[in-house]
Design a protein around this ligand. Structure first.
Ligand code: LLP
Length: 420
């Protein structure tokens, strides 16, 4: 079952708690609400799918870096995928095993690479200059760095261009025609680099597993080529990118099991250890952004529901035109009219919308409204635009509501000027 569901009485629940009642208890406007058990279930779906393989599940912490969530996933056996020095520090702080961590990125900084080298995390090589920096970091740290080559398999992920990464003109990774240069470089730096595998990441919100299969096929061919030159490499990292059912239409989307099954035989045939880097599919559906309705208005042909949440807390609709499902948390009064609304925030720009043209019962002031699937790339991309402070986070744990991150406050903001 899924953690957020509407019961027959028309109320939205998070596990066994009424969201309406959680709102009364929390009194914050807005807030992120998670289900801890849903996080566990999502992780277990990957573990079950991977049974029989050697694997590392590296959670892409850019999707959501809440420390309590990180500690929970780490406790379940998860690794971490990092794209900055601070993410690496946070993962270490959360107790992740460095040998289950991967450091990614097209612009990794030398100082961050030095930390990665010291701790022994896997580093994905992204470019010629990146390789040079990794070599320098290895010398500074006095460590041999386990590296994977991030190769662009040039498979079209069929997603929004802003979240496609594995195509030939992408800023990420290396083109296959340059592979030999990187192999020669690895050979000439045996004390600094230990080439252990190959990596690719095609993009995000992928809803067809064939895409992963096509990429994995190309990748094992590269691995064969690399092995033929005497490298004993054992890791295939196929990145993250599995999409989720943002539309809540009940459409059957590929599961972690479907994803792993399309690459399982290939991985086994080469005796590889499979690394995956899921972000969204682990965390997105575990959370709602819970908002209160400030008012309803009409302009021209448009009806608007104005809520306290905004693009500052949830930017995906504004940035990618992304659809995230919206619902009221309690049933409408009898005979309430259903109309078409744009759901918007209070931020001073027209890009500030959470949903367009949504059929909803005309709500009353103060009613609760949730934006679903807010676990991934919402809080982690939140800003303080318009001096909105980042909201608190809560999860439902053992049937109770527990705060897992404090709200940011106006006083926090003033602290940046202290002593100047
Ligand atoms: N590995 C690498 C190298 C990545 O670049 C990403 C995401 C992931 C793993 C995790 O991908 P996921 O499983 O979450 O799809 N802000 C956008 C998504 C950007 C994804 C960037 N890379 C959004 O809100 O849709």
């Amino acid at each position: 079952h899924h953690c957020f569901s509407k019961s027959e009485d028309g109320f939205l629940y998070c596990e066994k708690l009424k969201v309406q009642e959680i709102m009364e208890a929390v009194e914050k406007r807005p807030f992120y609400l998670y289900s801890k058990d849903q996080i566990t279930r999502n992780f277990e779906a990957y573990m079950n799918a991977l049974e029989g393989l050697d694997y590392i599940i590296g959670y892409a912490i850019k999707a959501n870096n809440n420390l309590k969530i990180l500690e929970h996933l780490r406790g379940l056996g998860c690794g971490a995928v990092l794209v900055s020095g601070n993410e690496l520090k946070l993962a270490l702080h959360a107790g992740f095993d460095p040998t289950k961590c991967v450091f990614n990125g097209n612009g990794k900084l030398l100082e961050d690479l030095v930390l990665a080298a010291e701790k022994g995390v896997f580093v994905n090589v992204d470019s010629e200059f990146d390789l040079e920096n990794i070599v320098t970091a290895a010398r500074i740290a006095g460590k041999r760095v386990p590296v994977l080559l991030r190769i662009n398999p040039d498979v079209d992920p069929q997603v929004h261009p802003y979240v496609a990464t594995g195509n030939k003109n992408s800023k990420f990774g290396i083109r296959n025609e340059k592979l030999q240069w990187f192999l020669d470089a690895a050979k000439s730096h045996p004390n600094e680099l230990k080439l252990v595998g190959a990596h690719c990441h095609l993009g995000s919100t992928i809803t067809k597993v064939d895409i992963f299969r096509d990429a994995a096929l190309l990748m094992v061919n590269y691995i064969d080529e690399i092995r033929a030159q005497g490298f004993e490499i054992s890791y295939l990292n196929i990145g993250g990118g599995l999409g989720i059912d943002y539309h809540h239409t009940g459409a059957v989307l590929p599961t972690p099991m479907d994803l792993i099954n399309t690459v399982r035989e290939l991985v086994l045939s080469r005796g590889l250890n499979l690394i995956i880097e899921p972000g969204r599919s682990l965390i997105a559906n575990t959370c709602c952004l819970v908002n209160r309705i400030t008012g309803v208005k009409t302009n021209g042909t448009k009806n608007f529901i104005v809520i306290d949440g905004s693009m500052a807390e949830l930017i995906r609709p504004s940035l990618y035109g992304a659809y995230q499902h919206i619902e009221l948390v309690s049933p409408p009064a009898p005979d309430t009219e259903v109309s078409t609304f744009d759901v918007v925030g209070p931020v001073c720009e027209s890009a500030d919308f959470l949903g367009k043209d949504r059929e909803l019962p005309t709500p009353s002031k103060g009613a609760g409204l949730v934006v679903h699937d807010a676990g991934a790339y919402c809080m982690s991309m939140a800003s303080t635009y318009n001096l909105k402070m980042r909201p608190p986070e809560y999860w439902v744990e053992d049937g109770s509501i527990v705060k897992i991150r404090h709200e940011e406050t106006f006083e926090d903001h003033l602290r940046f000027y202290e002593g100047l």
